[in-house]
Design a protein around this ligand. Structure first.
Ligand SMILES: Cc1cc2nc3c(=O)[nH]c(=O)nc-3n(C[C@H](O)[C@H](O)[C@H](O)COP(=O)(O)OP(=O)(O)OC[C@H]3O[C@@H](n4cnc5c(N)ncnc54)[C@H](O)[C@@H]3O)c2cc1C
Ligand SMILES: *[C@@H]1O[C@H](CO)[C@@H](O)[C@H](O)[C@H]1NC(C)=O
Ligand SMILES: *[C@@H]1O[C@H](CO)[C@@H](O)[C@H](O)[C@H]1NC(C)=O
Ligand SMILES: *[C@@H]1O[C@H](CO)[C@@H](O)[C@H](O)[C@H]1NC(C)=O
Length: 458
């Protein structure tokens, strides 16, 4: 989870990520139908309490998240795989399944919630996934591939990358509906000069685009847990509510580590402010600053896997980031003033006045950052007061520092890290496509390595 890394070549203009999601108060009840429940009733998924005392596998995947599920499904094609996930099933919970309950899952601070809330050291409200499917069960669904420049820089095989993206997209990527508000936003962007018009595309490109989504046309979320349908059921075992607390190493000998799991501890609910649902009601426009100049840090507080890490974002510590934010907000103002957007604005109030009014009324409780007297211009203040995370975690153990090019932990045999923490920069417009792709990609690579090795010894 890296609040920010220095970016080699910072684009001169702020990348505007405009996720035009209308997450309304419309209460569609989308609990899974009995048929859907049956479809997802994987026989190989069990509760950790039913685990045998000792068992052996070729691969053990810790964390059934956005990368872990496609990785385990792929490895099971030819090997015996154990997948351990500390959370429960994503099915049958409308806070996960329904687009309209996006904010509810994040606001749920109960011990069984699919989201584990935490607040950064500097006051940014955040969440980590705790459910089979991981962050793909909580996220806003926006799906976009990494650019080919990113793929090159990562040293990945571009053909295998494309094949892996396609594997992901066959399962869970949809072309979104573009209702009136989103349509006006899109037209407004074009009228404000954010061109070219790229139409619908999964590519990471400059201009205006409609990206993919993991929500289908009925507003039902499809998650990384769905990849387990592609697994070889007889070679995969999944335990839920299985929190891995230790990996024991033998100094000599083989690649086997030994895992110890503990039953979930009931945590006393943290005294954290409830995230106000109103902040996510109606339409909202997000601006993402790609590769911030400000840097932060992350540290573990303890070896307890359920304890939240200490994260310090340091948003806007570098004044250049404030300027980039201001330029983005100015673009948004042009969009809101555009002809296309006219029907969504009032004649008696400008967009900025409305935003400031809303902020005073407490409609944007997105951070608890201390206010600064040094930001004198209204837009600077606005940036600071409304900055939030968009949860694009990366960099906790990035390639080169913690893992090598093959995602092996440096100096350790038989242990890899394959997830978003290995990214040095956030890929694409949003990361989930590339996180899922990496799970599939590394699954294929590991499989190939293993079988090549075995052929050699025969
Ligand atoms: C609210 C929100 C909105 C977002 N919006 C978008 C978006 O619109 N588009 C986009 O592309 N990305 C979005 N993201 C980011 C994206 O979802 C993440 O980048 C991605 O899910 C990260 O995947 P991961 O596999 O690295 O981690 P995760 O998916 O979080 O997986 C980690 C898994 O490991 C489990 N685990 C952790 N520790 C243990 C342990 N000790 N033992 C057993 N299990 C353990 C966790 O329970 C979890 O299931 C969003 C994220 C959030 C939270
Ligand atoms: C959904 O979230 C709300 C809180 O935001 C919580 O009260 C409710 O119990 C959750 N529903 C389910 C099915 O977990
Ligand atoms: C992979 O896909 C991208 C985007 O669709 C394309 O530009 C690129 O040429 C493809 N690369 C290969 C090796 O097929
Ligand atoms: C602007 O007009 C709307 C609708 O007529 C009204 O609800 C709102 O209070 C007005 N706002 C201001 C700041 O006058």
């Amino acid at each position: 989870m890296a609040p920010g890394h220095r970016h080699g070549s910072v684009p001169p203009v702020v990348l505007l990520l405009l996720v035009a999601t209308v997450l309304g108060s419309l209460c569609l009840s989308l609990t899974a139908s009995p048929e859907a429940q049956k479809r997802y009733n994987f026989r190989f998924v069990r509760h950790a309490r039913d685990a045998p005392l000792v068992s052996y596998y070729n691969y053990i995947v810790v964390g059934g998240g956005t990368a872990g599920c496609p990785l385990a499904a792929t490895l099971s094609e030819r090997s015996r795989v154990l997948l351990l996930e500390r959370g429960g099933l994503p099915y049958g919970n409308r806070n996960v399944s329904s687009e309209y309950h996006f904010a509810d899952a994040l606001a749920d601070t109960s011990p069984r919630s699919p989201a584990q809330r935490f607040v950064s050291e500097d006051g940014v409200v955040n969440a980590r996934a705790r459910v089979l499917g991981g962050g793909s069960c909580l996220n806003a669904g926006f799906y976009t591939r990494a650019s080919s420049g990113y793929v090159r820089a990562a040293g990945w095989d571009p053909r295998l990358v494309n094949a892996s993206y396609r594997w992901v997209e066959r399962e869970l990527v949809f072309r979104p509906d573009v209702p009136r508000w989103q349509c006006a936003l899109r037209e407004g962007l074009l009228q404000a000069g954010v061109t070219p018009d790229n139409g619908y595309t999964l590519e990471h490109v400059q201009g205006t685009k409609i990206g993919g989504t993991i929500f289908d046309r009925a507003g039902r979320r499809h998650t990384a847990a769905d990849f387990l349908r592609r697994a070889y059921p007889r070679r995969l075992t999944v335990f839920l509510r299985a929190t891995v607390s230790q990996i024991l190493f033998r100094r000599t000998g083989t690649q086997t580590g030994q895992l110890r799991t503990v039953p979930p501890k009931e945590r006393t609910p943290e005294a954290m402010r409830r995230l106000d649902r109103r902040a996510f009601r109606g339409g909202f426009i997000l601006e993402k600053i790609l590769g911030p100049m400000s840097t932060g840090h992350v540290a573990l507080r303890s070896a307890d896997p359920d304890a939240n890490p200490a994260v310090t974002f340091n948003y806007f510590r570098d004044p250049r980031d404030v300027e980039r934010c201001v330029r983005g907000i100015e673009t948004i103002e042009r969009v809101v003033r555009s002809r296309a957007f006219a029907r969504f604005t009032y004649a008696n109030v400008t967009a900025m006045e409305a935003a400031v009014l809303g902020r005073r009324a407490g409609h944007l409780p997105v951070n608890l950052l201390p206010r600064r007297a040094t930001d004198t211009r209204p837009l600077q203040q606005y940036c600071r007061e409304t900055v939030m995370t968009i949860w694009h975690y990366h960099g906790g153990c990035h390639v080169g520092a913690v893992v090598d090019q093959d995602y092996r932990v440096l100096g350790v045999r038989g242990l890899r890290v394959v997830d978003s923490s290995t990214f040095k920069y956030s890929p694409g417009t949003n990361p989930q496509a590339t996180v899922m792709m990496l799970g599939r990609y590394m699954g294929l690579k590991i499989q190939k390595e293993r079988w090549t090795r075995n052929d050699e010894t025969h």
